[in-house]
Design a binder for this molecule. Structure first.
Ligand code: BES
Ligand code: MN
Ligand code: ZN
Length: 506
């Protein structure tokens, strides 16, 4: 358990009394130190200035120099990290800087980390306390790791930082802190569920975690297989049919809008707790990755948690379609035809194109039941989106230019970037079937992410603004960044939280 605090700048030396204490200070791209750093430099006989002379050190984000002080200075280590150009510095830069600081602390084996944010490092665009609060968020996200299953690792093999202090305007930081703290908690909750293996996190245990969120004031309803059967959700049920785990549909509601009878915004997440491919089974290599095929549902779970924690002034509904896709004597066969909840029939030509079948019924349900003005679904839907966009952008598909612009526009600000792909008749035709209303894979095996989106759009009702975000390339990361260690990224939580905050709170 790591503890995080703000302290006033005047108290920055406080933690130097601890053993294994690290002080992180910052330098701009012109290598200018702030007042505090300069005074420390004097105490250290100019060791900081000297270290900064390295031609490698350009004060860029991600660069740092480490100095071990001689006698008379109580810190075990002093690290000077680059803060980059003031011109390109945003609130995200402060998150990254604090994430880097945590990373350095863990590499050095420091238990106590003090991050000194000097006034000189704060750009004018940031109101008082904003930079500090974003540093706190960055530190929390950077310190995340999923270590619950290690039993034999030695202390020095695990992240060891235990106390993180952000020194700055601690009073002003408090005004911005609650919103970002709620975001950090939501993202961490998402990372936790997405990281869990499928023997632990399956539809029922995930639904149970959702039920636990009643304590936050969320309304939670869980539909089991009998209820879904009675409603006719055969597209979703067909996917879970080969699994011993019972499929679940979770409904999370946050009713925070001041106007009580206003229509909600809805989020729908693909929650395939394990995707073996079913009878259209996947190759063995890499199949373990399919434990995170519930990343969309994980993001919906996290963002609903964030909205509740920060008591957002919005009516929001989160739907999680939870299933496990397995091969079995009772599993769905390629070629089977199912009648979806909407009444439209689907020929299931490939049981590995299961996410869209789950979403078809979940999307229809949320529209029938809650009449939302806007529906956004998140899904690790297609490997093809990684072919198209790599792992930088999530694929964005929408029937509404305003909504698409809003989502794309928030990419820079949140780091959850999207790139919009086209839709239309040319692609839609590909999913016509010879024996049913549609088939779940395209005939020509081209534009796989787009035909998947066309499939989903067939379950969107008239006048509903809809966006589909394909997060197959962004939900999981094999390489760590400053604020996102290897593994689950919680992509989408920030994006949806920011979307609500910017456009849908009243
Ligand atoms: N869950 C996968 C998509 C995926 C692939 C997510 C890689 C994350 C990383 C999805 O259910 C799937 O299997 N899609 C198929 C669709 C195909 C059968 C039309 C795919 O992408 O190959
Ligand atoms: Mn699949
Ligand atoms: Zn899948």
């Amino acid at each position: 358990m790591t503890h995080f605090h703000y302290h006033p700048r005047s108290e920055w030396q406080q933690q130097a009394t601890q053993e294994r204490s690290l002080c992180v200070l910052f330098v701009t791209s012109d290598k200018a130190l702030g007042i505090t750093a300069k005074s420390l430099d004097v105490q250290m006989d100019g060791a900081l200035t000297k270290a900064l002379q390295s031609p490698y050190m350009k004060g860029k984000a991600g660069q740092s120099v480490t100095v071990i002080p001689s006698q008379g200075v109580a810190w075990s280590w002093v690290v000077v990290c680059g803060m980059g150009d003031a011109a390109s510095r945003t609130s995200m830069s402060y998150e990254q800087a604090a994430g880097e600081a945590v990373k350095r602390a863990n590499e050095l084996g420091a238990t106590h980390l003090t991050v000194m944010l000097e006034e000189e490092m704060i750009v004018a665009e940031c109101a008082h306390g904003v930079a500090e609060a974003h540093m706190m968020l960055g530190a929390r996200l950077g310190a995340y790791y999923f270590g619950k299953y290690f039993t034999t690792k030695k202390e020095h093999e695990l992240p060891c930082v235990q106390h993180v202090v952000i020194c700055g305007d601690d009073v002003a930081a408090q005004t911005h802190h609650p919103r970002l703290e709620a975001l950090a908690e939501g993202m961490i909750a998402t990372r936790d569920v997405v990281s869990e293996p499928a023997n632990v996190l399956h539809p029922q245990s995930f639904a149970q975690k959702c039920e636990d969120m009643r304590a936050l004031g969320l309304e939670v309803q869980v539909l089991g297989e009998d209820e879904m059967h009675a409603l006719g959700m055969n597209a979703l049920l067909g996917v879970g049919q080969g699994s011993v785990r019972a499929s679940q549909l979770v409904v999370l509601r946050w009713n925070g809008a001041t106007k009580k009878d206003s229509a909600p915004i809805a989020f729908v997440g693909k929650g395939v707790c394990f995707d073996s491919g079913g009878i259209s089974i996947k190759p063995a290599a890499g199949m373990e990755e399919m434990k995170w095929d519930m990343g969309g549902a994980g993001a919906v779970y996290g963002v609903m948690r964030t909205l509740a924690l920060r008591k957002a002034c919005v009516h929001a509904v989160g739907i999680l379609g939870l299933v496990e896709n397995m091969p079995d004597g009772n599993a769905q066969r390629p070629g089977d035809v199912v009648v979806s909840y909407s009444g439209q029939t689907i020929e299931v030509n490939n049981t590995d194109a299961e996410g869209r079948l789950v979403l078809a019924d979940a999307l229809w349900y949320v529209q029938e039941k809650f009449r939302p003005h806007t529906v956004i679904d998140l899904a690790t839907l297609t490997g093809a989106i990684i072919v198209s966009l790599g792992k930088k952008y999530a694929g964005l598909f929408s029937n509404n230019d305003v909504l698409a612009q809003r989502i794309m526009g928030l990419g820079d600000e949140t780091g959850d970037e999207t790139w919009r792909l086209p839709m239309g008749d040319y692609y839609d035709k590909q999913i016509n079937s010879d024996i049913a209303d549609m088939q779940n894979v395209g005939t020509d095996k081209e534009a796989g992410s787009i035909t998947a989106a066309q499939f989903l759009q067939r379950f969107i009702q008239k006048d509903v603004a809809w966006a589909h975000v394909d997060i197959a390339g962004t939900a999981w990361r094999k390489k760590a960044t400053a604020t996102s260690p290897k593994g689950a990224t919680a992509y989408g939580v920030r994006l949806l939280d920011a979307l609500v905050a910017r456009y849908y709170e009243v």
